[in-house]
Design a protein around this ligand. Structure first.
Ligand SMILES: [Mn+2]
Length: 494
């Protein structure tokens, strides 16, 4: 492999000399609103309020107000092209690479001593001047948010009875306590939430680690959900397969948990049984966080982590993202694509050529599926494939089906198929009142009589494929395949 990336720093080395992929500044920047406000114009993309820049570079802020020695990286995972560089894979093949990794997992290993880079500097919560707010440069995205929020913290915990482990990303607000943070982890939706709930019923604290500043392969693996990764499936084994090398874990110093050994920061802590805090405790605004759907979600009453220590590397890089940005699309969307390819490949081999979890759905709400019908018997298989796709994720709402002469990554080409190979009355399939996602503000009773409660939506697919027997009406004009380097020798560099 040309670019073997196993840490955030190695990822940055891959893009550092490429101004289309990486920019940095030494000018002092404030983690309160300024970094995200600037980055919205430099990169961000996704479902962020316009203007924003699609496929902009990642950015490093080298001088953070109030945090001497710390740096902040944002947008690292913010484009498919960049993710392709990190994983040494063409951008349109990332989902296939991830799918292969699901099926060939490499479990994590433990390291200690000098290899536990994340423990080069140790702050213990019983140190007299310990204050998480002074150690971690946590970014606040918007003044509508109730507090600064850790957005790229990979949590790892173990089932208190079986010892099975899980990694998941959760939003964690840093409020007015020097050694406590909130964690949103809904037991019915997230495996770590289920572990917290189980420990709470046993009235014991759940040890947890939060790793921040990581290898892109790890962030890509955190979004998997059942059925692809059932409870007890350690998603870090997918990360290991993606990189071709096991992820290294370091045992925490103060709790019975383990963090990612080369992580920039690790928070060590315990979820306190019975404790709850409102995410908008400081503002009473009702606001949670700007989310992937492109809206500010509501504040919840959530679990509390009692922080026991924060460890970090020398000259640590705090990594963050904007909730509704393209980084979310990448982290949620490519795993969804891999799940759809995996499940449709099992029951309909050869029918689904590729899938794109479109940016406009935050990586969760919309999938564009490229279909190949090879015989008249394949007619209708495209709709079966759409049904299978909907079963791979509760959160998927819309599926657009196109033929394999349509570029699924080119929205204009997809809309061309919608305009010329689709009739609304015969090619739209509605499946009303299905559990979807509460972050979709149209999936609520105020909007639709068929949404009895929030998060219940009409799922739909849009069949823009040509009926097999009718292709003669739908052939695109051909062109000669001319080598343009005859006229423009540097064309590949343009
Ligand atoms: Mn899981």
């Amino acid at each position: 492999m040309e670019n073997r990336v196993t840490s955030l720093r190695e990822a940055l080395d891959v893009i550092r000399d490429n101004p289309k992929q990486y920019v940095e500044t030494d000018v002092e920047a404030d983690p309160y609103l300024e970094i995200t406000g600037a980055y919205r114009k430099i990169g961000a993309g996704g479902t962020v309020k316009r203007p924003t820049r699609l496929n902009g570079p990642a950015m490093m802020f080298n001088n953070i107000k109030g945090y001497p020695g710390a740096r902040i990286a944002i947008g690292v995972l913010g484009s498919r092209a960049r993710m392709g560089l990190f994983l040494d894979t063409p951008p349109d093949q990332l989902a296939f690479k991830l799918k292969d990794s699901i099926n060939n997992p490499i479990p994590p290993v433990y390291v200690e001593g000098e290899k536990a880079l994340c423990q080069q500097v140790v702050h213990r919560a019983d140190d007299p001047d310990f204050d998480i707010r002074k150690i971690l440069p946590v970014v606040q995205t918007s003044d509508e948010d109730p507090a600064p929020c850790i957005t790229l913290g990979v949590c790892r915990a173990q089932d208190p009875e079986t010892g099975e482990s899980d990694i998941t990303m959760h939003r964690m607000f840093v409020m007015d306590m020097k050694d406590e943070i909130s964690i949103l982890a809904i037991p019915t939706l997230r495996h770590i939430g289920k572990m917290i709930d189980k420990a709470e019923k046993m009235n014991i604290p759940l040890p947890i680690s939060v790793s921040i500043g990581l290898d892109p392969a790890i962030y890509m693996s955190t979004s998997f959900v059942p059925p692809t990764t059932p409870y007890g499936f350690d998603e870090l084994s997918i990360s290991g397969a993606l990189r071709g090398e096991a992820v290294e874990l370091a045992k925490c110093l103060t709790v019975d948990a383990a963090g990612i050994a080369n992580s920039e920061y690790v928070i060590e802590g315990e979820v306190i049984p019975g404790a709850r805090v409102r995410e908008d405790k400081l503002t009473d605004s009702g606001n949670g966080l700007a989310e992937f759907a492109g809206y500010t979600g509501g504040a919840n009453s959530v679990y509390v982590i009692k922080v026991k220590a924060i460890t970090h590397r020398i000259d640590p890089i705090y990594q963050t993202c904007i909730g509704p940005s393209e980084e979310h699309v990448i982290m949620a969307g490519i795993p969804l694509e891999a799940c759809i390819l995996n499940e449709t490949g099992k029951s309909l081999p050869g029918i689904v050529k590729n899938v794109y979890s479109h940016s406009s759905g935050g990586g969760k709400f919309m999938a564009i599926m490229q279909i190949k019908k090879s015989t008249p018997k394949h007619e209708g298989m495209q709709r079966q494939a759409a049904l299978i796709a909907l079963t791979t994720s509760i959160e998927l709402k819309h599926v657009i089906l196109v033929d394999d002469d349509v570029d699924i990554f080119d929205s204009s080409d997809v809309l061309w198929a919608l305009n010329t190979r689709y009739q609304g009355d015969i090619d739209t399939v509605f499946i009303p009142s299905i559990r979807a996602h509460v972050a979709d503000p149209s999936a609520w009773p105020y909007f639709s009589p068929f949404s009895p409660v929030g998060g219940v939506a009409c799922k739909a697919f849009f069949d823009c494929t040509v009926p097999f027997e009718q292709w003669k009406h739908f052939v695109r004009p051909g062109f000669d395949d001319v080598d343009v380097r005859k006229f423009l020798p540097d064309y590949d560099l343009l």
